[in-house]
Ligand binder design. Structure first.
Ligand SMILES: C[S@@+](CC[C@H](N)C(=O)[O-])C[C@H]1O[C@@H](n2cnc3c(N)ncnc32)[C@H](O)[C@@H]1O
Ligand code: SF4
Length: 407
């Protein structure tokens, strides 16, 4: 969830879309994102739009939350009424900690999405979960309700690293939860890792990778620690209590992840994501990265339909207040120009293992691509076949390669 949003233009209080967007609904695959903005405690590094009970005070509560989301879903159904999207191909419930809501509330939200737009027969339904917020019983309930994929925040196997990150779960709980999810019938289980935390040794990260592989999951996401302004972690670094992450260490950890995961039969399909099989790739994220349409329900959620992007008010209390008044919770929107769409497409697709066709680049971009091949950042065989695909070295420098290819 980006901290700084563009100003955008106002959205009508009924949430209606411009005619240009309505005309394009149904052209692309359609997904639904549901944001659950609650956490039991805030991890020191995290600046996501999420709130502990203390932070919420007397405002919006977890108890009424599913009903508030269903009110936005009813509004979405009205907005897209005459121009229905395709059946829902993917649902992703993220947070925050969605599994702080009871499993029957998560089931109720999924049922309502199904009755509103219909779920495709092979729909992918993911929920994020904190390892300490699921049990064998709740996982079985979610599986029975139609959830097909669980994404667990593990971050590290090392107790010292988990302590620096302010994680609540003990080392080992995340991989236990992954096994419980598989026992509950989930074929698709992801573990998230963070690397480059101050104090993390190479052997700590190697142990995290070993444990992820041993847990039998079919998907791994690994992110370099980002120090976000305004977090407790950033304050500790500013005060000199912890060193800032080191880029060379992060690059070494990335290479270690690639080596261990490749040896265990995983393949990268996006710079930070590896899957054991094509079926294990997260189709919801692929929909984001390949220009699909989605409706984002919940405070701070972003949506993208028919070339229009909008985002909701951030605070759960403001979000609930708007919906109670019968108004759209959208704060502002942007109608994307063809140039903006092309730039985003290049930025997102270049991070995918499938890369992008060279002919979407302008002349300067194609010259930069030639240079990137000579520098070992783009793969020569793919380039010869008309595509820009990052090499392993290119994946380490993906942001810089994107900057070179774009005007
Ligand atoms: C919403 S959380 C996942 C679910 C759950 N809330 C949890 O933390 O277990 C999404 C993921 O984003 C990643 N993340 C969040 N803040 C990050 C940061 N500052 N740097 C790197 N990764 C971060 C973590 O790997 C985290 O698991
Ligand atoms: S549990 Fe997840 S969403 Fe909540 S504060 Fe920690 S990383 Fe952020």
């Amino acid at each position: 969830m980006p901290g700084l949003l563009p100003a955008g233009e106002p959205v009508p209080t009924d949430g209606s879309l411009p005619a240009s967007a309505r005309a394009r609904v149904g052209e692309r695959g359609f997904g639904v994102y549901v944001h659950v903005p609650f956490c039991a405690s805030r991890c020191g590094y995290c600046d996501f739009n999420t709130y502990t009970a203390d932070e919420l005070g007397g405002g919006a509560s977890r108890e009424g939350y599913a009903d508030t989301v269903l009110a936005e879903l009813a509004l979405a159904a009205r907005v897209l009424g005459d121009t229905p999207p395709r059946q829902v191909e993917t649902v992703f419930v993220g947070g925050g900690t969605p599994t702080l809501l009871p499993a029957d509330e998560l089931a109720r939200i999924l049922d309502a999405i199904d009755s509103t737009w219909g779920l495709a027969g092979d729909v992918e339904v993911t929920t994020e979960a904190n390892p300490e917020s699921v049990s064998p019983a709740s996982l079985k309930q979610l599986r029975a309700a139609g959830y097909t994929r669980i994404s667990l925040g593990m971050q590290s196997a090392a107790p010292g690293v988990l302590a620096v990150l302010d994680r609540r779960h003990r080392a080992g709980r995340a991989t236990d939860a992954a096994r419980e999810a598989r026992d509950a019938g989930f074929d698709h289980v992801n573990l998230d890792l963070i690397y480059g935390t101050p104090g993390e040794r190479a052997e700590d990260f190697a142990a995290s990778l070993d444990q992820v592989v041993a847990a039998g999951v079919d998907h791994v996401s690994a992110y370099a620690l980002i120090v976000e302004d305004g977090t407790r972690l950033a304050a500790r670094m500013r005060r000199g209590e912890l060193p800032y992450p080191d880029d060379d260490v992060a690059a070494d950890r990335y290479l270690a992840a690639e080596a261990a995961l490749d040896a265990a039969g995983f393949s990268w399909y996006e710079v930070s994501n590896w899957a054991r099989t094509p079926a294990a790739r997260c189709r919801h994220n692929l929909l984001y990265w390949t220009g699909g349409d989605w409706w984002g329900l919940g405070p701070g959620a972003h949506s993208h339909v028919g070339g229009v992007r909008w985002w909701n008010v951030k605070h759960p209390t403001a979000y609930a207040r708007r919906l109670t008044a019968g108004e759209s919770p959208a704060l502002a929107r942007e109608v994307l120009t063809a140039d903006e769409t092309r730039m985003e497409d290049v930025m997102l697709r270049l991070r995918l293992a499938t890369g992008l066709p060279l002919d979407v680049l302008d002349d300067a971009g194609r010259t930069a691509a030639d240079r990137a091949v000579a520098d070992g950042l783009l793969a020569a065989p793919a380039h010869a076949a008309g595509r820009a695909v990052l090499t392993l070295r290119g994946r380490l420098l993906a942001d810089a390669v994107v900057r070179d290819l774009l005007p």
